[in-house]
Write a protein that binds this ligand. Structure first.
Ligand code: WTA
Length: 570
């Protein structure tokens, strides 16, 4: 197939020059942008908010929150006060101290952002959770991290299994609560002091704990530290091309790493105006937000872009989207036809970016001033070294497919898998961090994504572990065993498909499929519920009893299942 190239045009002279940025790049120089390079006093929330107030930007708009017809706007000074108040609430009403794990479990709202910054001001570690999580998903994560406090809303509070979480000391509710054991956030916030003494930290102190799914075992807690800010700041500047006058919109929820690294930290470290749009996706609400708020930089994901593409030109024509000057994408492979669509409708290139929860920040991207090869993830960002390696850690030559790996030691790299040192260690082969993705590098140094080496499913940009879904499925009384795979899907990248062997006393039926689907949706999370279920008499398993997802995938795609020597076929 012929690769379409899109040249870096001169339509925007502000765009960062890839080669110039690369010259003499070193992390020590980047550190000098921060006052802590001299004082050694770290706090992410300070660098995002208070610093800008001190530098005279208190009146500049920091944050715009939009949800349907509701819109609120906050300056950096407003954000300083709101995060101070939230910190005081958490300290005085919930006893939060440095190093505690504080979970935030709510839909996007201004209070989510105030309390996240407030938690950081206390030196505590934030654990963001998707609002879609049901009881088991919430419990597994809070239990693993011994969470002390959770901040939530009346709609979600019932999903927190308080009695099963002995280390949980306080539930903070943003909204009505008549339970005296809970903290009424709004009431306490109104009375809280506007002043707060920020807790100063060390650069290696924990900051945020994102739980993410692997193919086996429970979700793992990926810990990032304060020092990650160096890379989040500089990639915000060079890759997102954030300038002070930009109105920037990252569409990701903070339950996902993109919604924190690039939905909170990068824009505010760069003093940009950060937009958050609540509510559900629709072409009207998304185009409407760009039009109404004059968004200049937009960071989204292939699934959403494909949905917008599918919604057609009629809806597009109703909005003025000419404020946009830079568009980026993350989370799944960005199809060449989406890049082409972007050129057609916005006259802008869509810049793919590749990274992971574990990497904390951008690793391989299409720089604004680079030529884009449609379908490629781009090249490593300055300060990051990537390679394609074989399973023993040897670098492979150009155009050979292998493991996408990164040389250990970039600033935003995870420091720990919570309480699981063996898991952390298993990511590394020698000096290389092995991503779990397979890819190749072409003769010009561009990287091309091929797939996940393991069985992790990427559906609509969300990473779901088959194991977690399978575990939930077998809790259903009708399910004997279950195997889950990602089935290629033109819109969502992949959909969750479950193969299920029923217990003898149950009969196959459409109603039972629906019942099982709802069971996962309500027990785990909506995005984890299988969109397709296929009943089988028996599932392929290894002799050790592990379901062979690779065989399920081969069935699905009508491929040869490969080496079946470990299969138990009696
Ligand atoms: C996939 C998301 C293709 C990949 C920030 C990776 C991508 C996983 C891209 C991490 C991309 C992310 N092209 N695939 N541009 N970006 N991925 O941890 O498989 O939710 O390993 O972090 O998403 O997902 P995670």
């Amino acid at each position: 197939m012929k690769v379409q190239h899109y040249k870096a045009t001169d339509q925007n002279p502000n765009l960062n020059d890839y080669d110039k940025v690369y010259e003499n790049f070193n992390w020590d120089e980047i550190e000098k942008n921060f006052s802590w390079s001299e004082t050694n006093k770290f706090n992410m929330a300070y660098e995002c908010i208070d610093k800008h107030v001190e530098d005279g930007y208190g009146d500049k708009t920091a944050f715009i929150y939009k949800n349907d017809d509701e819109k609120s706007t906050y300056t950096f000074k407003d954000m300083q006060i709101a995060s101070n108040k939230a910190a005081n609430v958490l300290k005085n009403e919930a006893g939060v101290e440095k190093g505690d794990r504080v979970f935030i479990f709510m839909a996007r709202s201004p209070e989510l952002y105030f309390s996240l910054l407030g938690t950081l001001k206390l030196g505590a570690i934030v654990g963001p959770l998707f609002e879609a999580f049901m009881e088991k998903a919430v419990k597994d994560r809070m239990e693993n991290s011994d969470a002390k406090v959770i901040i939530t809303t009346p709609e979600l509070v019932g999903r927190i299994p308080v009695d099963d979480l002995p280390n949980l000391e306080k539930v903070v509710v943003v909204g009505e609560t008549d339970n005296n054991d809970q903290v009424d956030f709004n009431a306490a916030f109104d009375k809280a002091s506007e002043d707060f003494d920020i807790e100063w930290l060390d650069k290696e102190d924990g900051m945020i704990l994102h739980y993410t799914s692997g193919s086996t075992g429970q979700p793992k807690g990926v810990l990032h530290v304060q020092y990650a800010m160096v890379q989040q700041y500089i990639t915000g500047k060079y890759v997102l091309d954030l300038k002070e006058d930009d109105v920037y919109w990252c569409t990701a929820d903070p339950g996902w790493v993109t919604g924190t690294s690039y939905g909170i930290f990068a824009p505010w470290l760069n003093r940009a105006t950060n937009v958050v749009v609540g509510g559900r996706f629709s072409p009207e609400s998304w185009y409407g937000a760009i039009d109404e708020l004059n968004i200049t930089i937009w960071y989204s994901a292939p699934t959403a872009l494909r949905m917008l593409m599918g919604a057609g030109d009629e809806v597009l024509k109703q909005y003025d989207l000419s404020s946009l000057r830079h568009i980026l994408s993350v989370g799944e492979p960005l199809n060449p036809e989406v890049v082409k669509w972007g050129m057609d409708v916005f006259n802008l290139r869509i810049h793919d970016t590749w990274w992971m929860t574990e990497t904390g920040a951008h690793m391989i991207t299409n720089f604004p001033a680079m030529d884009i090869k449609a379908g490629s993830m781009g090249k490593p960002v300055p300060g990051v070294e990537a390679a394609i390696i074989d399973d023993s850690g040897n670098e492979l030559p150009a155009n050979r497919m292998g493991n996408l790996a990164l040389k250990s030691g970039w600033p935003a790299m995870m420091r720990e898998v919570w309480k699981n040192k063996p898991k952390y260690d298993s990511y590394f082969v020698g000096e290389w961090y092995v991503s779990g993705d397979s890819a190749y590098k072409d003769e010009d140094g561009y990287y091309w994504f091929q797939g996940r080496v393991d069985d992790v499913i990427m559906t609509a940009g969300e990473r779901v572990g088959p194991f977690e879904i399978e575990s939930k499925l077998v809790e259903h009384p009708a399910v004997q065993e279950a195997g889950v795979i990602g089935k290629p899907d033109p819109v969502r990248g992949e959909i969750v498909k479950a193969f299920i062997a029923l217990r003898e006393e149950y009969d196959e039926s459409g109603e039972l499929k629906e019942e099982i689907r709802v069971f996962v949706k309500e027990g785990l999370a909506a995005h984890a519920a299988p969109r397709e279920i296929e009943f089988k008499d028996k599932l392929p398993k290894t002799r050790s009893g592990k379901i062979m997802r690779r065989v399920l995938k081969a069935w699905e795609l009508n491929l040869d299942a490969g080496d079946l020597s470990s299969m138990d076929d009696d």
